[in-house]
Design a protein around this ligand. Sequence first.
Ligand SMILES: *Cc1c(COP(=O)(O)O)cnc(C)c1O
Length: 382
Amino acid sequence: MDLGVGNTYLEVDLKKIKANLMKIKDHIGKDCEAMPVLKANAAGMGLEEMGLFIAGECGVKTIAVAQVFEAVRLREAGVDCKILVMGGVPYDNVPAAVEYGIQMPVFNREFATLVDKEANKQGKKSKLHIKIETGMNRIGVKPGEDLDGLVDCLKGLDGIEITGIYTHLVESQAVDKSFSYRQFDLFKGALAQLKGRGISPKYIHVCNSAATVWFNEAYFTHVRPGRLVYGMDPNADVNNRWGLEFPVTWHAFVTNLKEIEAGETVGYNRYFKADRHMRVATLSFGYGDGYNRNLVLKGGHVIINGKRAPFLDMCMDQSFVDVTAIEDVKMNNRAVLLGRDGEEEISLLDFSKLLGEGYMNAMATIGERVRRIYKGMGAHRC
Ligand SMILES: *Cc1c(COP(=O)(O)O)cnc(C)c1O
């Protein structure tokens, strides 16, 4: 049975994803490749579908994710391009990573030895990227003595191939670029050190989204843009200079319409009290869909028929909005929670500002129950 779009759905326009990718490609030129970052369910847009689309129809050769679990989900969906896990890997995940040919970071001997043992056990060679610590202090090995020690260890491990070297910039979106340059210099030092030890990895990558936009000297062989692919340029100085497009509209439906009088209440614990005659619409989504109820408390709204409808309250699966001022609202009308409807728009920036979160955070928490519907080229699954 086809449920159509369900109670609430995100519509993702794949043409915009591809257009954003092409803008990145044009900018970085032929000698550098983009390795899109699909972590956090591809910023809420659907990990598997996005992976299949960008690898299958946008010419992407390598995808980056945060966890082995995400990488395995991509493999099981049929994504057969190269996959790099960027974050620290719990030891339990190593056998699956080796089996599925998933590349991982390496920055200490214990992990290197563990992966080598597993690769030998499975009769495979595991491809690893050396993560260099340049200022984030999250994962990575410091250039100099520590890196030398790691190289000594790696040289003796035949189950491992050093395929890449990378680092991560901590404030590349800032107007002041000085710390980015400091990290860049440290990284170049590490590269020279590796070269001196006879190691020249095929993948050399530093730039996240913000840096991809301005840090041409740091392109090396690959860049790792996440947010740019999703139409968001995090740079603080010039915002969205490439004209990237946000591909998402989030919808729900009007499931009931009613008139209430002054003194009547709406929701659990009589949360909203009417002080006048009002028209109230019940909508088909709630905080169980990952919509943050704080948006109700902070005066958020949805768009119905191109007009703003302020929240009155929200339950787990249903919510209430004031439609007194909107003419012609009918049962089963669509409400837009995020995105554009006619003249009105709830931009991701406004949405996340009201929420008090970064915009990736706002996208990453959209619930699993929200269906993802793909529009445009190559869409083959709802
Ligand atoms: C998340 C992440 C990225 C992508 O970040 P954006 O700013 O969205 O481009 C790149 N590299 C690493 C290591 C990351 O953790």
